[in-house]
Design a protein around this ligand. Structure first.
Ligand SMILES: Nc1[nH]c(=O)nc2c1ncn2[C@H]1C[C@H](O)[C@@H](COP(=O)(O)OP(=O)(O)OP(=O)(O)O)O1
Length: 187
């Protein structure tokens, strides 16, 4: 089974105004929180939106993997990752991928496109679920609200996973996730 990660950096929305020149307008135009998504340019889920992330390398913890993949894919240095989910993806009845999901409000740098990914800040209320994995609409809204989730998602129809049909799932919210010692923050 593949062990993989996803990381969702969050920030307060851009105002569309220059706060240095128009502080009042900046407050009025508050657009809400945004999440950094990528349009994946290669590999599993190519052409779809997702968080930065990827497969864990030997000897690497999932948290280290999420930090490395976010750096490699979009050039952002993420810190203080909070564990938000553990998702098990099954293909034709067999365990395929175990995915550790993180979120963070702490990062440095400007998202930059790479060969693997084109980054985009997207309002949390406007996530393009129709251009993502079918399971994402079930768990990502809660994760972006600050909940934790444990879930199992079953796909059928042969490899690769991103061409198989999503058939059913089980999910538990407010799940206590193994190995997460991080302090909870409010999102
Ligand atoms: N059903 C699903 N829903 C979802 O949201 N993300 C999924 C998913 N199934 C797999 N993923 C994600 C998890 C992980 O971030 C990514 C794994 O894709 P890849 O195999 O392309 O890995 P990498 O991006 O590490 O590729 P390489 O760098 O080429 O090894 O796909």
């Amino acid at each position: 089974m593949i062990e993989a990660t996803l990381c969702f950096p969050l920030r307060d929305g851009e105002t569309g105004a220059d706060p240095a020149t128009d502080a009042d307008l900046a407050t009025d135009d508050e657009t809400g929180r945004e999440v950094l998504l990528i349009e994946k340019r290669r590999g599993l889920g190519e052409g779809w939106y997702n968080g930065p992330g990827g497969k864990c390398e030997p000897g690497e913890t999932p948290r280290e993997c999420a930090i490395r993949e976010t750096r490699e894919e979009v050039g952002l240095e993420v810190r203080d990752l909070e564990k938000a989910g553990e998702l098990r993806f099954l293909l034709d009845g067999e365990a395929h991928t175990f995915c550790h999901v993180y979120r963070t409000r702490s990062f440095e740098g400007e998202p930059t496109a790479s060969e693997e990914a084109a980054p985009e800040w997207v309002p949390v209320d406007d996530v393009p679920y129709d251009r993502m994995w079918d399971d994402d609409r079930l768990w990502l809204p809660g994760v972006l609200e600050g909940k934790t989730v444990a879930g199992e998602f079953r796909f059928e129809g042969g490899t690769p996973l991103d061409e198989a049909d999503f058939v059913d799932h089980e999910m538990a919210w407010d799940a206590s996730l193994e190995g997460d010692q991080d302090e909870k923050r409010s999102y």
